[in-house]
Design a protein around this ligand. Sequence first.
Ligand code: IMP
Length: 192
Amino acid sequence: MKLLFATNNQNKLKEIIGLLSDQFELLTFADIGFEDDIEETGSTIEENASIKSKTIAEKFNINVFSDDSGLEVEALGGAPGVHSARYADKENPSGEKNMAKMLTKMKDEENRNARFKTVISLVLNGKEHLFEGTVNGIITKEKRGESGFGYDPVFQPDGYEITFAQMSAEEKNSISHRYKAVKKLCEFLTTA
Ligand code: IMP
């Protein structure tokens, strides 16, 4: 079965290919000649995932999935959430600026609970299915580690003494929010 992954992110693509069984032929934007940007105008992570998959499904009449992720911090009322990528600077976003803003906002905060969340929206034969993966943890007091991207140096998952950025890619990928959502998608697809 042909299935399009609506992303331009090559790392996400590689991760999925490793998990999906050979019964699926994974297509990319290049395969369907799609070069536009899909505006992520949703006010939640779920909405943004849906916008991407539904836009492509309607335009090309194919089976498609897309993902959206974010960091939700309890003391900040769930922020930055859907705005995680551009939290500190909408025009020129960067992980460093986002982390600096996060550490400043959380400076005197005792409740450091946070979670990463990924939502995958699959449109299969015209019907949408949502898959969610989360990982709970805390926002550290300072940055630790060099690996990964985004907020990894300030996020320590529950049950660990190290941040995502102090883990190897393999270790992070085996417990991450994205991995959990992808796994649910793959389990659904192999039984669909
Ligand atoms: P995306 O929807 O996967 O592109 O994620 C949106 C934003 O959430 C990213 O630009 C990061 O700021 C943040 N984010 C999502 N997943 C992670 C992660 O695994 N580590 C660190 N930051 C992440």
